[in-house]
Each structure stands twice: as structure tokens, then as C-alpha cells.
Design a protein around this ligand. Structure first.
Ligand code: GLV
Ligand code: MN
Ligand code: MN
Length: 414
């Protein structure tokens, strides 16, 4: 005999939590700066772990700082997991990652309110350093969770500010004692904002994510001869600044020529000594290349390296490269994609299948269990920007799809 009611997402409660978390590390324009393992990240973690405990979840922190809150099922075994991340880029919005975690908590709250039990345990997780802006690679926590990245390698990673992951984890009190890697969850579902323009432009309510595109991150260090900007003839220069500019122009042209889904970005650049009247001695920049097609992505990488060879010969600079991250395109399990589509349609939502342009923890979890993603629209496709926005009714619609998908996967009371 069951007295369970039908669980329902409370959109206002979800929004309240998004706003409360968004107030931590808040920056002008309504966004957030909670770079991984900073004091702001710690404060965000404390808030979310507190909510997990209030909801009755049993919370564990693992050795890379991933947090997992478990709601027991009728029988033991691997949980059905919802998750994402709560770290942000330095100029982030309040939805990227946070939505997936807080919608997972809202699902738990809805089940608790309705008195619904599940056959299998249900887990809500947030993974450490998904963004990768401070410490590369991105998706670091989920990579360690699944065993794809050794813990020691992750802990020894040094960030853009010279800090070490292991030291920062210990400093903020999130070097937990749950061992990694974890046993595989039964399934993993991540609700996320699209972060691109497709759903918004086409007025589609729910994106059914079929795959995540491949990602290639390279740091390039160029060495030359620092000299006086006024006295050094152009013909005698060995200028890392010029070489860096040439790389920026080259990757834009490369993406144009390759066409299709190819994108290319130089997002970080530093000159040393960075003075107006000094030919720089050194330049460091990053190149982010992405494509849904692995072969084309490899072509893009090869052409970038050929360009670096040409620069070495032409400007007599030294160039060294360091691979910061490399992920092949990941297809999601077709039965999971179909499940999300079926539940969204059953709720009367318009749907569209699409690939993800951004990297996500779900693509890492996909290696160990059936994984899937639900997208909701991003207004004007703006993300990694304080202007990131998704209207409340669309957040609620996405959370309701997450709720019913998790209920089916976890075997909730009918
Ligand atoms: C993570 O947000 C990425 O796709 O860079
Ligand atoms: Mn994200
Ligand atoms: Mn992001």
C-alpha cells in the first residue's frame, strides 16, 4: 500500500536556491566568479552540502573534492545519479552547472514532499573543477571519479595562478576521504543550459543532447629576444608578440576554412614583460579547438602545428606546446536519449536533438554508465558571461523532465 502523491517540481524553490548560490561570488551584471577551489567555491560548496543534508541525503566527499549526496532506495546498489558542477569561469553566469545540481536537489525535495520511494538509490553530485579555467583539464573531478585521470596527477596540477590542486583542496577543507575511482552509477543524467543559440532561436523548450563535441586545448609558449621597441629594426626582430598575433589570426582562418562545426578560440594570452616600449621576451597563449568530427579535429590540430613550424622558421622564435585537455567527441547512449525525448514529449514539450558545444561531466560519466543530458534554452545563446539567462518557466520545465526521467530510471512508486 502506498500513500505517495505525484511529485512535482517547485519552480520557485529551485529559483530561490539558484539565486542564493548565485549570491556567492556575485559579480557586476548578475553573474558569478567561483573559480574552482577558491574561497568562493568553498562557500558555494558549503551551502550546497548543507542543502543536501537538510534534504536527508547522506553526503560524502571524495579525494578530489567531488560531493555526492545519496537518497537511499528500497534496495542497495549503485545509484541513479543527477549532477553537474558548481564552479564557474571568472566571468560566469548563475546557471551553467549550478542548474543541474540544484535541479537534482529539487527532484529530491519533490520526492520527499510527495513521500515517494525509489527502488534504486538516487544520488545528486557536484564534480570538482568542471570549468578548467583555473586548473586544466576541465572535467577534472569527473575524470578522477571514473578513473580516467589518476588522482595523483590531478592533485599535482598547477593552475594559472601557480596554486596546486591538492594544496587548494586541503586549504578549503574539501580533500575528502571517500576513495576514487567510484563504482559506476546505474545511470547519469545532467540537466544543463544549452549555452548556445539553437533552442532559443528555434523556440524549442527541451534539447535532447545526442553527443558532445571533441575538445582540444593547447598552451603555446613562444620565446624570442626582448629588445627596445624604438631601436630594433623590424628585420632584426625575434618577436613572440607578433608570433602570438599570427596564431590568433591563423586559428580564425582555420575554422573558417574547415567550416562545419569547427570552432577555434584564443582565450588567454600573456606577454612578458608586457610593456609598451619593449619587444616581448615571451608570450603564452591558449588555443581551444572543437569539432563534432574527430578526424576534422585532428586535421585542425595538425594544421595548427604546421603553422607553429612555419613561425619558428620565419621569426626564429622558440615555440613549445603543452596539451592541457583532449577529449574525443562522445555520443550518448541512444536508449537514454530516447528516454529523455519520450518524457519531454509526454509533458507536452517541444524537443530537438542536438550536439553539445560545451564540455560536460556527462561526457566523462558516459564511459562508465548510460549517460544523458537535457538542455534548456539560453537566451541569445549567451554563456560564460554574466548575461547568461534562462527564464524561470524554462528552468522548471527542464527540471520536470529531469524528475520524471530519474523516477523511471530509479523505479519510483507509480
Ligand atoms: C566548459 O564549460 C567548456 O566547455 O569549456
Ligand atoms: Mn557547465
Ligand atoms: Mn562552463
Amino acid at each position: 500500500m502506498t500513500t505517495a502523491k505525484t511529485p512535482r517540481i517547485d519552480g520557485e524553490r529551485l529559483l530561490r536556491r539558484l539565486n542564493d548560490l548565485g549570491a556567492i561570488g556575485a559579480i557586476d551584471g548578475g553573474g558569478c566568479a567561483r573559480l574552482a577551489l577558491t574561497d568562493a567555491d568553498k562557500a558555494g560548496r558549503d551551502l550546497v552540502c548543507g542543502w543536501m543534508r537538510e534534504l536527508g541525503l547522506s553526503v560524502s566527499i571524495d579525494a578530489i573534492g567531488n560531493a555526492v549526496g545519496i537518497r537511499a532506495g528500497r534496495r542497495p546498489g549503485p545509484p541513479v545519479m543527477a549532477g553537474s558542477h558548481i564552479d564557474t569561469v571568472r566571468t560566469g553566469g548563475r546557471y551553467d552547472g549550478n542548474l543541474g545540481v540544484l535541479a537534482g536537489l529539487e527532484v529530491v525535495a519533490a520526492l520527499n514532499d510527495a513521500g515517494v520511494e525509489t527502488e534504486h538509490p538516487l544520488a545528486v553530485a557536484f564534480f570538482t573543477n568542471e570549468e578548467g579555467s583555473r586548473f586544466a583539464p576541465d572535467m577534472m573531478g569527473s575524470l578522477v571519479f571514473t578513473g580516467e585521470l589518476p588522482l595523483a596527477t590531478a592533485l599535482d596540477t598547477v593552475g594559472i595562478d601557480g596554486a596546486r590542486v591538492g594544496d587548494e583542496l586541503a586549504r578549503i577543507g574539501y580533500a575528502g576521504d571517500t576513495p576514487v575511482p567510484h563504482p559506476a552509477p546505474r545511470a547519469y543524467v545532467e540537466l544543463h543550459i544549452e549555452q548556445g543559440p539553437v533552442l532559443d532561436h528555434e523556440s524549442v523548450e527541451i534539447g535532447v543532447v545526442e553527443s558532445v563535441q571533441g575538445i582540444s586545448w593547447t598552451e603555446i609558449e613562444i620565446g624570442g629576444v626582448s629588445n627596445h621597441a624604438g631601436t630594433t629594426p623590424m628585420s632584426l626582430r625575434c618577436d613572440p608578440g607578433w608570433a602570438a598575433g599570427s596564431i590568433i589570426a591563423f586559428v580564425r582562418e582555420l575554422a573558417r576554412e574547415l567550416g562545419g562545426s569547427q570552432v577555434a578560440t584564443v582565450g588567454r594570452i600573456e606577454f612578458f614583460p608586457n610593456l609598451i616600449n619593449v619587444v616581448p621576451e615571451r608570450a603564452v597563449l591558449t588555443v581551444d579547438l572543437r569539432n563534432t568530427d574527430e578526424t576534422t579535429l585532428q586535421q585542425a590540430e595538425a594544421r595548427l602545428h604546421a603553422h607553429l613550424d612555419a613561425l619558428r622558421a620565419q621569426e626564429k622564435v622558440t615555440i613549445t606546446t603543452r596539451r592541457l585537455a583532449r577529449f574525443e567527441p562522445v555520443p550518448f547512449a541512444p536508449e537514454m536519449t530516447a528516454l529523455i525525448e519520450r518524457h519531454a514529449k509526454a509533458q507536452g514539450r517541444s524537443t530537438r536533438r542536438l550536439p553539445s558545444g560545451a564540455g560536460h561531466d556527462a561526457q566523462i560519466l558516459a564511459a562508465v554508465c548510460p549517460a544523458a543530458m537535457i538542455f534548456v534554452p539560453s537566451v541569445e545563446g549567451i554563456s560564460h558571461n554574466v548575461r547568461e539567462f534562462t527564464p524561470p518557466d524554462q528552468l522548471e520545465a527542464g527540471a520536470n523532465v529531469l524528475l520524471s526521467v530519474l523516477c523511471e530510471l530509479a523505479g519510483a512508486d507509480a
